[in-house]
Ligand binder design. Structure first.
Ligand code: NAP
Ligand code: GDD
Length: 323
């Protein structure tokens, strides 16, 4: 029997990779898509899946539309990826971030509880919930200490997922994913900002690159690997929470070096520090321990940072050349 999946946030980076994965596995894929004044399906086109998806209008802030999407898609699995996901923007839009990333999760869980309680649910939780880290390497037992309105909203989303699992016996799992990137990453995130700028500088279309705190450290993986972990979580008999990470942490500075090196440039000649890109409260370092995901799900990251940044650089070099 063909399985039905509903993906919220299908037009985002992870949505595009997950849609490809589920279609390849034979799922009927539905996508909740919020009304935008300009085209938001470019990533789905890049992945070659745009025509294979059933689109449902809706917004995570609008409980009625979320409920309708659940009823219309009759999903075996729901992947809640929709979010205002840019941490820096969350200080400027704290209420929207709270509604979409926090309360929006309840809209979806409540629709599942009332209309489709057999549906398995995945919540896109985040390492940003660890924020001011309480352990050198973070795992499922590390206490949370979010440092942004985004992190706070996501923590609500995480705990309401746990609560609905415990209260109503829903098959609801939370994936605590560390940073993951790809050529489809939004340009505002630091990896894409750097690979795009390095490509432009190499091709004479930009002179320098302004960044904030380049001493921050992140545990960066490849989005294509991470969506496999999401799917694996919903194939388990028991719902649970899982950290998904590489177990390696690297500074933004070193990531810049890798990107610029790849096109024969020295990042030190181009990167400028601009206080405008510093955050009101920073998450200085994140380092995940994916041992549980490996043990229970049989999941392991396949792509190291060097390979990932090279993949992104190659894609940006081609794209910039065509502009
Ligand atoms: P992304 O590229 O920013 O995609 C976010 C998606 O959410 C887009 O499809 C966006 O639609 C949609 N969306 C935003 N507001 C919405 C609303 N009000 N109603 C319905 N849809 C809405 O994010 P991503 O990198 O793919 O991440 C996917 C999820 O994982 C997010 O929840 C993110 O917070 C979480 N996460 C990401 C990472 C990471 O490193 N990538 C790590 C941990 C957790 P539009 O295209 O129309 O804007
Ligand atoms: N975006 C950006 N722009 N970040 C910069 C810059 C800059 O110019 N300069 C330094 N940084 C630093 C940030 O201060 C942060 O410490 C780090 O680079 C990574 O920033 P982002 O790439 O914007 O990602 P993030 O870690 O804040 O959030 C991403 O990962 C989370 C998981 O940990 C997002 O994808 C979140 O949605 C996700 O939950």
């Amino acid at each position: 029997m063909t399985k039905s999946a509903l993906i919220t946030g299908i037009t985002g980076q992870d949505g595009a990779y997950l849609a490809r994965l589920l279609l390849d596995k034979g799922y009927k894929v539905h996508g909740l898509v919020a009304r935008r004044s300009s085209d938001s399906r470019w990533r789905l086109r890049e992945m070659g899946v745009e025509a294979d998806i059933v689109y449902l209008d809706g917004d995570m802030a609008d409980a009625c539309s979320v409920q309708r999407a659940v009823i219309q898609s009759a999903p075996d699995e729901v992947y809640n990826l929709a979010a205002q996901s840019f941490v820096a923007a969350s200080w400027n839009q704290p209420v929207t971030t709270g509604i979409v990333d926090g309360l929006g999760v309840t809209h979806l869980l409540e629709a599942i509880r009332q209309f489709s309680p057999h549906t398995r649910f995945y919540q896109a939780s985040t390492s940003e919930m660890f924020g001011l880290i309480q352990a050198e390497q973070q795992d499922e037992n590390t206490p949370f200490y979010p440092r942004s309105p985004y992190g706070v909203a996501k923590l609500y989303g995480h705990w309401i997922t746990v609560n609905y699992r415990e209260s109503f016996n829903l098959h609801a799992s939370s994936g605590i994913l560390f940073n993951h990137e790809s050529p489809l990453r939004g340009i505002e995130f630091v990896t894409r900002k750097v690979t795009d700028a390095a490509a432009r500088i190499k091709q004479g279309k930009q002179q320098e690159l302004a960044l904030g705190n380049i001493d921050a450290k992140r545990d960066w993986g490849f989005a294509g690997d991470y969506v496999e972990a999401m799917w694996l979580m919903l194939q388990q008999d028991k719902p649970d929470d899982f950290v998904v990470a590489t177990g390696v942490t690297t500074t933004v500075r070193e990531m810049c070096r890798i990107a610029f090196d790849h096109v024969g440039l020295n990042y030190r000649d181009y990167v400028k520090i601009d206080p405008a890109f510093f955050r009101p409260a920073e998450v200085e370092v994140l380092l995940g321990n994916p041992a549980k995901a490996q043990r229970v799900l049989g999941w392991k990251p396949k792509t190291d940072l060097d390979t990932l940044i090279r993949m992104m650089m190659d894609a940006d070099m081609k794209r910039v050349a065509k502009e």
